[in-house]
Write a protein that binds this ligand. Structure first.
Ligand code: UDP
Ligand code: MG
Length: 154
């Protein structure tokens, strides 16, 4: 199976009606949506999500931010999708993220209000996908034009 990653359009992305813009960028890149869920993340779930950051000064407000309104949780698939989506997102703070990236184009925040979450490694992707999706909630399928998009013969 191709690599998968967890992408979340965070509460500011939903409130600012940028979900379509973000999805569109992933679609145009050629990546494959295999799971999606509009949901409200609980404080406990946000604490589990950011468990690696527990104890850091920004942990409480980051948990509060992720659970502050509805989000769109998605699983995207493709060879190299984790690294590609991190590049597409841009660096953590919108105020510093490069133009052309999602955060660079749509966030000016120096405080980590940055529209999108994406897993940063295969182990984090596996852990994070498991927090939001059961295996039956993801769908495996092929694109008819796969070989034109990836160069792979399916
Ligand atoms: N964050 C913050 N201040 C920091 C570092 C992180 O507010 O100094 C927030 C920000 O919303 C970020 C999230 O915590 O997206 C998780 O931090 P991480 O370092 O994992 O950044 P990311 O992987 O999202 O770029
Ligand atoms: Mg991270």
């Amino acid at each position: 199976m191709a690599e998968r990653t967890l992408i979340i359009i965070k509460p500011d992305g939903i409130q600012r009606r940028l979900a379509g813009e973000v999805i569109s960028r992933f679609e145009r890149k050629g990546l494959k949506l295999v799971g999606a869920k509009l949901m409200q993340i609980s404080r406990e779930q946000a604490e589990r999500h950011y468990a690696v950051h527990k104890g850091k000064p920004f942990f409480p407000r980051t948990v509060e931010y992720l659970s502050s309104g509805p989000v769109l949780a998605m699983v995207w698939e493709g060879d190299g999708v984790i690294a590609m989506s991190r590049e597409m997102m841009g660096s953590t703070f919108g105020a510093q993220a490069k133009p052309g990236t999602i955060r660079g184009d749509f966030s000016c925040s120096p405080e980590g209000i940055n529209l999108i979450h994406g897993s940063d490694s295969p182990p984090s992707a596996e852990y994070e996908i498991g927090l939001y999706f059961s295996p039956e909630e993801m769908v495996s399928y092929s694109f008819a034009d796969e070989r034109w998009v990836t160069g792979k013969k399916s």
